[in-house]
Design a protein around this ligand. Sequence first.
Ligand SMILES: Nc1ncnc2c1ncn2[C@@H]1O[C@H](COP(=O)(O)OP(=O)(O)OP(=O)(O)O)[C@@H](O)[C@H]1O
Ligand SMILES: [Mg+2]
Length: 448
Amino acid sequence: MGAMRHRTRISGSDARRPPTARSVLGLFTAGTAAALALAAVGGYVALRSVALDEAKRDTRTKVQEAGKLVESALAEGILTGDPDAIGAVDDLVLTRVLSGSVVRVKLWSADGRVLYSDDPAQIGGRFTLGDDQRRLLREGGAEVEVSSLDRPENALDRQQGELIEAYTPIRTPSGTPVLFELYERFDSVTASARRLLAALAPPILGAIALILIIQVPLVWSLGRRLQRGHEEREALLSGAVAASNRERRRIASYLHDGPVQDIAGVAYALAPLAENAAVQGDASEAEELRGAIDQLRHNVRDLRTLLVDLHPPNLAVEGLEAALADLVGPLEARGVSVSLTVDDADRLLDFAQQALVYRAAQEAVRNVIAYADASSVRVELVFDNGVARLVVADDGRGFGPETRAERAAEGHLGLSLLAELAQQSGARLDVYSRPGEGTRVELEAPLR
Ligand SMILES: Nc1ncnc2c1ncn2[C@@H]1O[C@H](COP(=O)(O)OP(=O)(O)OP(=O)(O)O)[C@@H](O)[C@H]1O
Ligand SMILES: [Mg+2]
């Protein structure tokens, strides 16, 4: 004990059964839908970034042009808060710079003072300029970025939603650099990404629809073919099983009516001859005849055992319990201790299931005789929760999965065929074994 039990399992619900045409189609459709969703989200993100780059380029041009314009109206007094100077800039900004998308314009001094804003409340405010802005003032050029609205200088612009902000330095008439700043609404970027996507959607969706129209029937017919192939295989197998049963029955009935009767008859006819020889004192002939009779009777016994093997006893008449008892007879004859328990509800199984239980027990017992070298065997048929369970357990040498695989490769498929048969009847066969620890074969059949 202690070690985990290895388990060789052949179950009724394994991967042998192919998916149905419907589930193949479902999977295909779900996959397509997922790919479509991914393409839509990815496309939106990609297009938005393209649109953002575009918008940044536009804004850069815009800030430089507007900067030049404002520079032309700039008076020296702007540096000292002269209302006239502010008014001149304000006129220009209100009439020519502010527009639908440009929502804010500011002028900054190099030391971070707001010299002008189209919102008068902001004028005179003071913030520390960032490295970028200071560099712009020194080196010129233009800078565009997406506003981080939580920066203190943007406190008053927060209600605008996301913004793009752009800077460029301009100069007062005396040459003092001031920073011109412009805020543009960002939602135009999102809107233009959506527009692009909307323009691209019809051809893409059309192409996908076309692919679906072509592939759905293809997938459906592939699924159907797979299913039909499987059904055919099952029909073939059960046909083969039925044919082999018929053949066994034919051979069994031939043996039963022909050779078995004949040999039994010959043995019967020889008996008086042996008696006679004994009476007449011909001891050696009597001995010889008795030997022959024994031999013949022995053969008849062997043939009858073979008959049971070839053609299962008539379960309907004899009942499963009696048939199972016959089955374990040879084990007992070999000196193996056998415990047989059959729940008397065995009549609850329909005939096909009784035959299945019998065949499973037969294969398991044959294996015990052939390989297990067991000293005791337990055969049990119990019912619980609407399930009939047959157990054949021995304490013999057991085996590992590789033994099974090797034997199967050589065409010895006893357990595998049985598992397949069980599966077809809606039952399940499990084989638990491990070298040195015996073998347990379990068949579970739900009552119908
Ligand atoms: N009770 C058992 N004890 C020990 N080994 C077993 C037992 N049952 C099966 N085996 C091993 O598993 C192998 C596979 O068994 P299976 O019944 O599938 O095929 P087989 O008996 O070899 O051939 P077939 O049943 O087709 O005549 C056997 O060859 C044997 O090595
Ligand atoms: Mg076998």
